[in-house]
Ligand binder design. Structure first.
Ligand code: AMP
Length: 217
């Protein structure tokens, strides 16, 4: 299965992607996580990405598309993948089609996570992420860890993402509406879009997604 996950920041893409990837036995590929890993390792790519991320803007396509392509060509992605945060604009969506076409492949589905805007801001403001594994996500109010600041799953330190400040979240939402939302129509024209509500408990949303996705080959 080759799936793209779309939805505004705070829709729970990262959280859902981790569960869905496990259920479907495919790797979870998050361009945001790849950028953050490059930043913490101090690579040239990370240095380039950092200023854009801090400002809540998209990292330029020439950097992003190459990085995503390399990751999709890793051996663990041979039988499928779940893309989280890529593509994020029409040029990236077209580039993805070309990359897949060159390998004789195509997408199976685009899962669109819907969530009201006021909920998004609430979710992001309280979001806390594990330094050891970014798929371990908590919330200061809705999904508290047993001990403050400590990941229940692995004991890693929980932190707030630098770009989760209210001001940057508003910018990221603006970018989502103007640049990313148009890809939903692009994929609707290909008959690939499955829309579900991202409200409710994490496990309920995962189940909703599993029910909505096309049956596996
Ligand atoms: P995320 O973790 O998906 O919320 O991404 C965090 C930030 O990384 C975004 O606000 C962008 O600055 C950058 N980013 C992640 N994915 C992409 C992408 N596909 N294109 C451009 N920038 C991206």
């Amino acid at each position: 299965m080759r799936i793209v996950l779309v939805g505004p920041p705070g829709a729970g893409k990262g959280t859902q992607a981790a569960y869905l990837a496990k259920n479907l036995a495919i790797p979870h590929i998050s361009t945001g996580d790849l950028f953050r890993a490059n930043i913490s390792q101090g690579t040239p790519l990370g240095q380039k990405a950092q200023e854009y991320m801090r400002a809540g803007q998209l990292v330029p396509d020439e950097v992003t598309i190459g990085m995503a392509k390399d990751r999709m060509h890793q051996p663990d992605a041979e039988n499928g993948f779940l893309l989280d945060g890529f593509p994020r604009n029409l040029a990236q969506a077209e580039a993805l089609d070309e990359i897949l076409k060159a390998d004789g492949l195509k997408l199976d589905a685009v899962l669109d996570l819907e969530v009201p805007e006021d909920e998004v801001v609430k979710r992001i403001a309280g979001r806390r992420i594990c330094r050891k594994d970014s798929s371990h996500v908590f919330h200061a109010i809705y999904n508290q860890p047993a001990a403050e600041g400590v990941c229940d799953t692995c004991g890693g330190e929980l932190y707030q993402r630098e770009d989760d400040s209210e001001e940057t979240v508003r910018k990221r939402l603006e970018v989502y509406h103007s640049e990313t939302e148009p890809i939903i129509d692009y994929y609707k024209a290909q008959g690939l879009v499955v829309t579900i509500s991202a409200l409710g408990k994490v496990a309920e949303v995962t189940q909703r997604a599993m029910d909505a996705l096309p049956a596996r080959d």
